[in-house]
Ligand binder design. Structure first.
Ligand code: ATP
Ligand code: MG
Length: 250
């Protein structure tokens, strides 16, 4: 599904990613952990094509196709989804209307007709039920006055509607309470399939009790310095990042 080879990326001439290698196969969940400022959000921004970052070396390949030269919208249309650590508010645009536009944009890019209104409604209803989202929520303005948990719910709803091949969830938000953790976890677990993959960026070992990752990677100073199974998250929690630092200095 996703292959990242020797990826280097900079912002304002400062190198942030210093040679990332990562392979994510269909059906897998990968967790990325690491201290503040390690480059986790940068990695997700670079995968999704955020133009604030310059890729100076390496490749990002989705299903055999190199993404490096594609813009963020083209990548989204190829099935890459990113949840934002800090989502934007769009006053006057409801959750439902935003979703309709997003879906139809994506269909247009694939040369498809707009989704018929009844089909759209059915899909919205079905996904809202799956994620236990109530009707009132769907008519609210996008992210306006949303609580942290509501923002998460909305993101997961977007993911459910768009059915991405690769979802990157940046959960570094310190405001995630236990409910929001559960929303993210339930959503991901319900939407997971053998044909899609999830990359989950988190500081919380606890989240990984609900979403069991196939692999845990530690990103430290722009590199993946350790990879393991779910037990690595527990070990990290117990020993802290000084342990990583010490093992790198050996
Ligand atoms: N637009 C930018 N301009 C300047 N520096 C940036 C920019 N974006 C990121 N950086 C720097 O890149 C480094 C990595 O940031 P990044 O947001 O990727 O870290 P992170 O691992 O996601 O951290 P956190 O756990 O706090 O979310 C930091 O030193 C940050 O200040
Ligand atoms: Mg971050």
């Amino acid at each position: 599904m996703l292959q990242i080879k020797n990826l280097h990326a900079s912002v304002e001439d400062k190198e942030i990613l210093k040679g990332i290698n990562l392979e994510v196969k269909a059906g897998e969940v990968h967790a990325i952990m690491g201290p503040n400022g390690a480059g986790k959000s940068t990695l997700s921004s670079v995968i999704t094509g955020n133009e604030a970052f310059e890729v100076t070396e390496g490749e990002i390949i989705l299903e055999g196709e190199e993404l490096n030269e594609l813009g963020p919208e083209e990548r989204a249309h190829k099935g890459v989804f990113l949840s934002f650590q800090y989502p934007v508010e769009i006053p006057g645009v409801s959750v439902t209307n935003f979703m309709k536009t997003a879906i139809n944009e994506s269909r247009k890019a694939q040369g498809l007709e707009e989704m018929p209104a009844n089909e759209m409604l059915k899909k919205i209803k079905e996904k809202a039920e799956l994620l236990e989202i109530d009707r009132k929520f769907l008519s609210r303005s996008l992210n306006e006055g949303f609580s942290g948990g509501e923002k998460k719910r909305n993101e997961i709803f977007q993911m459910a509607m768009l059915e991405p091949k690769l979802a990157i969830l940046d959960e570094t938000d310190s405001g995630l309470d236990i409910d929001a953790l559960r929303i993210v976890a339930n959503g991901v677990n319900k939407l997971k399939s053998k044909d899609n993959a999830v990359v989950l960026i988190t500081h919380y070992q606890r989240l990984l009790d609900y979403i069991v990752p196939d692999y845990v990677h530690v990103l430290y100073d722009g590199k993946i310095v350790m990879t393991g199974g779910k037990e690595l998250a527990l070990e990290l929690e117990e020993k802290g990042y000084d342990w990583i630092k010490a093992s790198l200095e050996k």
